[in-house]
Structures are given as C-alpha cells and as structure tokens.
Design a binder for this molecule. Structure first.
Ligand code: T4K
Length: 418
C-alpha cells in the first residue's frame, strides 16, 4: 500500500459512516418498472393469478431457452424446486452434499426424510471435493447434490463420473448460477436436474421463485405433477404432491427481470472489476476469481481474508464495515453441519476442516444495480482503512460490539436502488 494513500476515518474509530443508510448484499435488481406494471395489470385483467398461467409458462420457456434445456418447471422457490426434484428423482436414505452452502440445500432433503451427509470442499473452488464425496458414500447413499457456489460450477465431470460409477442420481443446486457456463456449456445441462433460485436477492428475481431444469421428459412431467398436489386432472390425483407453484405476479417480475439480464451482468462485471482494482495491494485480502473464459454472472463478490497477513480477521473487518453501513455478509458461516438440526445429530460431529477454514474467512461485498462505481470505491477505501488500522480496531471493536446475528440488517432506511 502506498504511503501517501489518504485514509478515511472509519466510523468504528470515530468517523462518520461511509454511507448514510445501510447498503446490503442482495439488494434486489429491478428491471423496467413500466413493463412490470403492464404485465401486472394484465394479470389482474385476466384474473388468472396462479395455477400454471400464461406468464409462468412464458417464464419457463424463456429460462429453458436461456439455459438450453428441454424443460423448465417453475416453482415458488428454489427450496421447493429442490424438494420436488429430490422426490421425483427418487432420492432417499442418504444424499451427499456440501456443508458450505445455504441451509436450504440441506433442509430440502431433511424435509423429505433424507439424511444430508456433509462432505468437505476444495478451498480453492469452494465447491465439493470429489475425493471427500467418495469418503462420505455409504450403502444408504442414493445421490449427490452438488452446489455451484457463487455461480462457479462445481467439478461436474468428476461428480458425473462418480455418480455413474456408483449408480447414484446427480442433482445440482444452481441457485447462484443462472447464466453461468462450464467449458462453454451452460449450467443447467449437467445433471439429471438442476435448480435455480429467483429469490429477490438473486441476479434475476421473481420476488420469490425457483425453477428446476432437466432434459428428461418423464422427470419433467413428474415434477409438474408434484408441484401441483399431484393433480393430473380435475378429480385425478396420481402422486403425493405439494403446492410448489410459481404465481403470475412472480412470473411478471421474473420475465421483466430476465429482459434486463444483460444489463445486470454488465453492472456486476463492472463492479467486480472495480473491486479487483480497488482492493489490489491490500495485504491479506483476495477476491475469489471468476474464470474469464466462461460466462459468469459475478453476482457474489467474495473476499477471502487472511488474518495473519491482513492483521485483522474476517469478523473484525466485517464489524468495521457494518459500522460504516456496509452490510457485508459472511455466507455461509458456520457451515450447515454446525446449524440445527444437523448440529445435534451425528452430522454435527463430522470433521470438515476445509469448510470450517473457509467459513472463517470469507466475506461477501455488495454488488448489483444498487451499487454504483462510487460506492465500490468507498467500500474499497473502508476495507483498506480497516486493514491499515487493524491494531487500533482490535482495541476499539470488541466481539460484543456488533451483533452479526441481527436479522433484517436492511431496515426501511435502505437507499432506493435503480
Ligand atoms: N441454495 C443456495 C445455494 C442458496 O443460496 C439459496 C438461497 C437457496 C438454495 C434457496 O433459494 P430460495 O428458496 O430462497 O429461492 C438470502 C436469501 O433469502 C436466499 O434466497 C439466498 N440463498 C441467501 C444466500 O441469501 P438471507 O437470510 O441472507 O436473506 P436476508 O433477508 O438477510 O437478505 C439478504 C440481503 O438482501 C439483506 O441485506 C437485505 C437485502 N434484501 C433482501 C430482500 C429479501 C433487500 O434489500 N430486499 C429484499 O426484498 O438469505
């Protein structure tokens, strides 16, 4: 770091917060408001609010075309999509998953009476380590549920080969990975089924929403039945389904959001590059990279903090940023195996050194259309100031000063996003 760098006085050390109101990770991208409202008016005019309406069907076609798959089954969340997919694939007994993921990946299985068995990850890719999966297999294993964390595809070839060799089903949680590719092939085309999230915080959103994509005709048909109580006709129920449907207003938002996908991708790329430049040279912090040869949505800006080199650990840095109204997150701390109900089960005793190592040092920074170039510069300044002032921060900011578990970090005071 150059000695002449002017440092801002952090709010944690008595300065003013860098932002007057909290700036969060996951502030929704909004598409064209007029088009959304036009679609919403159409929904009201038709009085078809849900149950496989025309906008849901259009949304499914658009997602299937984008990914390049035969079928897309829209659901009201990725969690519901994972449940429906797991059941339609016939998963039971044990399924191997990473613990370094959002808790929904595990819960979706647990709710089906399936035991998620946690395998360790690779600290470079943040994704499942195929050798660790192998060690986690048992005679009760029926499948592997991989996660393309941060939109970076997991080792799809190794996982597919392992699944084939052991006669296991392969399902991918692609919640983060819309529009991402691996070796030029789109995520969504690699497993028996893959599940996207269109939650408000995702790159493309339908407020709440998800979708399962597959190239298998029978599987798609089964999942369509399952997301609609199992109804195959007015009075005919052919399986135990749930209500997993996407509604028309969500589809209106999803379609509008999809129309702006290219713009969102460009903003995320711009922000990522600004972060890379702005953080360069700060000791002990490194951005998790995206492969420039591939398509990536760059919707997660993931910082890795090396406490020894930075002089401050991830949590101290996060505390300083929160005081500056930069609501960075520590997804997915501490790892699913250390959260209930898994923590109190045999799964809580499993040793996952790579997962725990990584969960202790990653931090996600705000991006998306709510984050302007000038904001990125301010955030980078705060990170730099925190690292430079680490010894002082350690004395001023005790572990009890910030409640990281605080819910709803973004209250009504959040800035308007474009
Ligand atoms: N698999 C993976 C790997 C996932 O990451 C997820 C979800 C799933 C499966 C399940 O997908 P869904 O069933 O949700 O479709 C958020 C999201 O709720 C969750 O969808 C997402 N992953 C996860 C990574 O992040 P929280 O608990 O952090 O949400 P929350 O309420 O703290 O919001 C995050 C930030 O976004 C805050 O800074 C506030 C801001 N925000 C949020 C909402 C909802 C807004 O500004 N406006 C909003 O409307 O989980």
């Amino acid at each position: 770091m150059g000695e002449n760098t002017m440092l801002r006085l952090l709010a944690a050390l008595g300065g003013l917060p860098a932002f007057p109101a909290p700036l969060g990770v996951g502030t929704p991208n909004l598409g064209n408001r007029r088009r959304f409202l036009r679609r919403a008016r159409g929904v009201l005019r038709r009085r078809v609010l849900t149950n496989n309406g025309p906008l849901v069907r259009e949304f499914e076609r658009r997602v299937a075309d984008l990914v390049g798959v035969r079928h897309c089954v829209a659901t009201h969340s990725a969690t519901a999509g994972l449940q429906v997919a797991a059941r339609a694939l016939g998963l039971s007994g044990e399924v191997v998953i990473p613990a370094f993921t959002f808790i929904a990946t595990a819960h979706a299985l647990h709710w089906q009476g399936i035991t998620p068995v946690f395998a360790d990850i690779d600290r470079e890719t943040h994704n499942l380590d195929p050798a660790a999966i192998e060690r986690a297999l048992s005679p009760r294993t029926t499948g592997i549920l991989g996660v393309h964390l941060w939109g970076r595809p997991c080792d799809v070839e190794a996982l597919a080969a392992l699944a084939r060799r052991r006669g296991l089903k392969l399902l991918f949680d692609a919640a983060h990975a819309l529009g991402c590719s691996h070796r030029g092939r789109m995520v969504g085309t690699f497993a028996d089924a893959e599940v996207f999230s269109f939650h408000a915080t995702k790159v493309v959103n339908s407020v709440e929403g998800g979708a399962v994509v597959t190239n298998h005709d029978d599987l798609a048909e089964e999942m369509r039945l399952m997301r609609n109580f199992g109804f195959a006709g007015n009075d005919r129920v052919v399986c135990a389904g749930i209500n997993g449907k996407m509604d028309e207003l969500s589809a209106a938002m999803g379609l509008t959001s999809l129309e702006s996908f290219d713009e969102f991708l460009a903003v995320n790329r711009r922000n990522y590059e600004l972060y890379a430049r702005g953080l360069a040279g700060i000791p002990g912090v490194r951005l998790a990279p995206y492969d420039d040869r591939e398509r990536a949505n760059r919707h997660y800006v993931v910082l890795e903090v090396d406490e020894q080199a930075a002089g401050c650990g991830r949590d101290l840095l996060m505390g300083a940023l929160w005081k500056d109204n930069i609501m960075a997150r520590r997804y997915f701390f501490p790892g699913c195996h250390l959260l209930e109900p898994y923590r109190s089960s045999a799964q809580g005793r499993v040793r996952l050194p790579e997962t725990e190592w990584l969960a202790g040092r990653v931090l996600q920074l705000p991006t998306g259309t709510a984050v302007r170039p000038a904001d990125v510069a301010v955030i980078c300044d705060s990170v730099r100031a925190a690292v430079v002032s680490a010894p002082l921060l350690r004395r001023r900011l005790g572990p009890g000063d910030i409640d990281f578990g605080r819910m709803g970090a973004i209250p009504g005071g959040q800035r308007n996003a474009s």
